[in-house]
Every structure is written in structure tokens, then in C-alpha cells.
Design a binder for this molecule. Structure first.
Ligand code: SAH
Ligand code: SF4
Ligand code: F3S
Length: 481
């Protein structure tokens, strides 16, 4: 569920409700209505969860009289929703803060707020390090934003980094970021109880908790009614979703919530991310197999292909166990695409162990992967217990080998699709050519194809693949199914 692949730089996304007025317009009669409305600007970094959280932030602020702007110079409040997963992610945020500082110096009174994982990790230290930051707000404290903004407005620094065991923002109707109005994220859980030794997320996001199942279905239904045709259920480890109805103690598993969302409408596609190999069950695989609208795509991060390294990483599975899981997926859903995350150069990783990562990639036939160099994170188990002893140059070279191999595997994976016809959900115009549409098939592969009159984003069409690159399928609309 992460999107700052080294080959795919994270692009900040700016919320602009003006581009989605038909999707979000419930400010009427709310405090701050009329001419006194202020403006906020927000940038988001990191995983989809963070983008989803920014939509919650936007909704909370809108309720108290803020409109969003895409122009930071005209904002009263500049927010940055941050990521701590690797050092580079934090460096990017600090660079952005330098830019915000300049805006603030030109327009005194502008408030700058740091939200998300870096706020949680650094807490008040951020105020010492970044003098012009006015607000520091952790991922479980967004309901408190109106109060924090007031405090900051009065000239005091405002901080809330309290991590909750209950907060799921279940009742907040997120202000949608997606300008196309076709695809949306739905957060179904927060936090993570796994302790992968390299990972900062359990510290920045707190304990795992699952959201009320009925509010998830209600959100999906509302999205469908507004014209959305695809939802992605989000969590750090969706397979361990477990919600107990307090009224009758009925337990809802991930497989169950997946089917409940799929039942909203056959034309609403359902995706989910991320799956932990240790937790994905046969019931989830059967749901994917049995429901046409649950996409045949699983993001199943392996991290390493070597059992000793996996043990050091505390991933709780071995190479063989992971391979059996992959085998089982292809057995139950033969046309399922599987993608992965890999870390190159984790503590003490040898050359031979690295080659096991390469060989498990070939075995698993990943359609794509997010690939990273190990970056030591303060406070994690690995930082405390193991030496970050693989030299930078070796990490870099191993990462290059992983990327190169993945490109080859992706190309082969895509070449096998030439001549096939897929049902595609149209997402919008292709970036390269406005005469083409882009969309995805069930396997989450991007397909571009020439437009046809009468078709629009949000429609389904069948596309026959003519040629491919390692990243994209290229085809044309076809009546063959
Ligand atoms: N919850 C998800 C992923 C969260 S972070 C999961 O368990 O799969 C996204 C990815 O970032 C991870 O899968 C991992 O590959 C990578 N990552 C996490 N910590 C890292 C670190 N310290 N250095 C390099 N990559 C890291
Ligand atoms: Fe991090 Fe592991 Fe939790 Fe994923 S499952 S968020 S990698 S601790
Ligand atoms: Fe996501 Fe980065 Fe936080 S990956 S959970 S935003 S540390």
C-alpha cells in the first residue's frame, strides 16, 4: 500500500473540493458559512492510508469553516501529512517545510501544521527543530484540529500526538480527493500490531483497531450512489480485520466485510491493501474467486526471500511458507496478479540471501513490486538489536538488481496478456494522449486505449491488448469477451 517507490517518486496531492463539488457539498448551515470562511492547503506523503486521512482532515476542517485551496500563498493554514517510513521520506517533508517557511515569512499569521507519522514520531521535538511549525498533530488526533488551530491562532504552539486504541473516524464522511469521481479509498482499520523489526508504523500509528462494519458498507454505498465504481479497503494488515458488534457480539472477519462491500452492487469493484502473508485466509481467496467484482489482485509483500532474514525481520513466515501461500493463491485464483514489497540490504543480509530474494520474485511472478533500500529507523527493533552493516553501495546495487529483475518479470507478465480481452473500468484520460482513455483491469494493470464516443470515466468497457510495456498494456475497445 505504499507509493514512494524509488522509481516512482511520491507526488504530493492537493485536495481540491472545487473539482468535486458534486461529490462533496455539505457545508451549508455549518459554522463559518459565508464570507468568513478561511482557507487551508494540504499536501500528503506516504501510503494510501495517509491520503485517506487527509480526506478526513479536509472534512473536519470544512465543518468548522475552512475551504481548501491549491494555492499555498493564499492559505491561512498550510498542512503537510507526513511519512516516516524511510529517512528519505522525512527528508522530503523537511524540504517542503523550508518552502512553507518562506510563504509564512511573506505572510505572517499563516499557520503551518505537521500531521501524520512524522508528527507522531518526533512530537514536540519537531517544534524545536522546525521553528516555524505551529501545529503538530498525530494520526489519531484529527478530530481535535479545530481546537488546535484556535490555540495556534492565539499564538501558542499546538500539539496533540495522543494515540488512541479506539479512534477509527468511523462516522466522518471523508471529503474525496479523487477528482475523477471513479475510485476511492475506504479505511477499514488503523494501526498495526505486527512488529516487523524494520518498521516504524507500529510506533507512529499505534495499536490495531477495526472500524464498525456497517459504517464501511454505508460509505461504500454512498460512494456507489455518487457514481464511484471502485473502492479500495485500506489497512496496514487488512487480513486481520476483526470487528465485534457490541450489540450482539457478532464477529466480522475480513472475508466477511469484503463480501458485504462487494454486495453493495455488482458494478462496484472492490480492492484491498495491504495483505500480510501470515494472515490472508482461504476464505478471502474464495471471496475473490466467487465474486466477479472483487478484483483478482493481491498485494502480498514478501520483504525478503530468505528465511534467516525474514526471521530477523520478524515477519513470522519462512521462504517455504510464503511460497506455499503463493501456490495456494494461484491454485484458487489462477488469473490472480500478485504484487510485492522488497527491502534490499537489511542488516547482515549476505549475497546468497539477497539472491534468494531474486529467486522468490521469479517463483512468485509478481506483476509489479515496490522496492526499497533498507533505511534504519530510530526506535525500531532492528535499530536497537542489529547493526545496519550492509554498505550503502551494496544496498544500492542489490536494489538495482531487484528492480531490473522486476522489470523483466513485469514485462513477461504483461506480454502474456497480448491478445487477451479484459473488462476495464475507465478512470480518465491517458496522461500522454488526450485521445486515449486509461483504466485498469481486475488484475490492477493500467490499460490505455483510444476513446470511443459515448464512453466516459466510470464506465466499464472491454479492451483487447495489442502491445505492452513493463508498466502498461496498450489496446483497443473490443466486442469480444
Ligand atoms: N503494512 C504494510 C506495509 C507498510 S510500509 C505491510 O506490512 O506490507 C510499506 C513498505 O515499506 C513495507 O512493505 C516495506 O517494504 C517498506 N519499509 C518499511 N520500513 C522500511 C525501512 N525501514 N526501510 C526500507 N523499507 C521499509
Ligand atoms: Fe510495518 Fe509490518 Fe505492520 Fe506492515 S505489518 S505496517 S511492515 S509492522
Ligand atoms: Fe504510511 Fe508512512 Fe505512516 S507508510 S503509515 S505514512 S510512516
Amino acid at each position: 500500500m505504499y507509493n514512494d517507490n524509488p522509481t516512482l517518486e511520491t507526488v504530493p496531492k492537493v485536495i481540491d473540493p472545487n473539482r468535486q463539488g458534486e461529490v462533496y457539498d455539505d457545508t451549508a448551515g455549518k459554522p463559518g458559512d459565508g464570507s468568513d470562511r478561511k482557507k487551508f492547503y494540504i499536501e500528503s506523503y506516504g501510503c494510501q492510508m495517509n491520503f485517506s486521512d487527509s480526506e478526513i482532515v479536509a472534512s473536519v476542517l470544512s465543518d468548522v469553516g475552512f475551504d481548501s485551496t491549491r494555492n499555498m500563498e493564499e492559505a491561512d493554514l498550510i498542512l503537510i501529512n507526513t511519512c516516516s517510513i524511510r529517512e528519505k521520506a522525512e527528508d522530503t517533508v523537511r524540504k517542503r517545510l523550508r518552502i512553507f517557511d518562506k510563504v509564512k515569512q511573506q505572510k505572517p499569521g499563516t499557520l503551518v501544521g505537521v500531521l501524520g507519522c512524522m508528527a507522531e514520531r518526533l512530537k514536540t521535538k519537531l517544534l524545536d527543530e522546525e521553528k516555524l511549525v505551529d501545529l503538530v498533530v498525530g494520526p489519531d488526533a484529527y478530530r481535535d484540529l479545530p481546537k488546535l488551530v484556535q490555540t495556534a491562532d492565539s499564538g501558542q504552539k499546538a500539539v496533540n500526538v495522543f494515540l488512541s486504541r479506539e479512534e477509527t473516524y468511523a462516522d466522518i464522511n471523508p471529503m474525496r480527493l479523487d477528482s475523477s469521481g471513479v475510485t476511492a479509498f475506504i479505511s477499514i482499520m488503523r494501526g498495526c500490531d505486527n512488529m516487523c523489526s524494520f518498521c516504524v508504523v507500529p510506533f507512529t500509528r499505534g495499536r490495531e483497531r477495526s472500524r464498525n462494519a456497517f459504517t464501511i458498507v454505508a460509505e461504500a454505498t454512498q460512494l456507489y450512489e455518487k457514481g464511484y465504481r471502485e473502492v479500495t479497503l485500506l489497512g496496514q494488515n487488512v487480513d486481520s480485520y476483526k470487528w465485534t458488534n457490541p450489540e450482539n457480539e457478532e464477529v466480522f472477519s475480513f472475508a466477511r466485510i469484503l463480501k458485504m462491500v462487494a454486495d453493495v452492487h455488482p458494478d462496484l469493484r472492490v480492492r484491498f491493501s495491504t495483505s500480510h502473508p501470515k494472515d490472508i485466509t482461504d476464505d478471502v481467496l474464495y471471496a475473490i474467486r466467487d465474486y466477479d467484482n472483487i478484483c483478482n489482485y493481491i498485494h502480498l509483500p514478501v520483504q525478503s526471500g530468505n528465511s534467516r532474514v525474514l526471521d530477523l525481520m520478524n515477519r513470522t513466515y519462512t521462504r517455504e511458507w510464503y511460497m506455499d501461500k503463493v501456490k495456494r493463491i494461484y491454485e484458487v485464483i489462477p488469473d490472480c496478479a500478485i504484487s510485492s514489497d522488497m527491502i534490499a540490504g537489511f542488516c547482515t543480509e549476505t549475497e546468497e540471501e539477497h539472491r534468494e530474494t531474486l529467486s522468490i520474485m521469479e517463483f512468485s511472478k509478481y506483476s509489479m513490486s515496490y522496492m526499497f533500500m533498507y533505511s534504519e529507523r530510530p526506535g525500531t527493533l532492528a535499530e536497537r538489536k542489529y547493526e545496519d552493516d550492509v554498505p550503502e553501495a551494496v544496498k544500492k546495487r542489490r536494489l538495482q538488481e531487484i528492480i531490473q529483475l522486476q522489470n523483466e518479470i513485469s514485462l513477461k507478465h504483461n506480454q502474456a496478456d497480448v491478445g487477451k480481452t479484459f473488462k476495464v473500468l475507465i478512470e480518465g484520460d491517458s496522461k500522454k494522449d488526450k485521445n486515449d482513455f486509461k483504466g485498469r483491469n481486475s488484475q490492477n494493470k493500467m490499460i490505455v486505449f483510444p476513446k470511443k464516443p459515448g464512453l466516459k470515466p466510470g464506465d466499464y468497457t472491454h479492451v483487447k491488448v495489442r502491445e505492452v510495456t513493463s508498466a502498461t498494456l496498450i489496446g483497443e475497445i473490443s466486442s469480444e469477451v
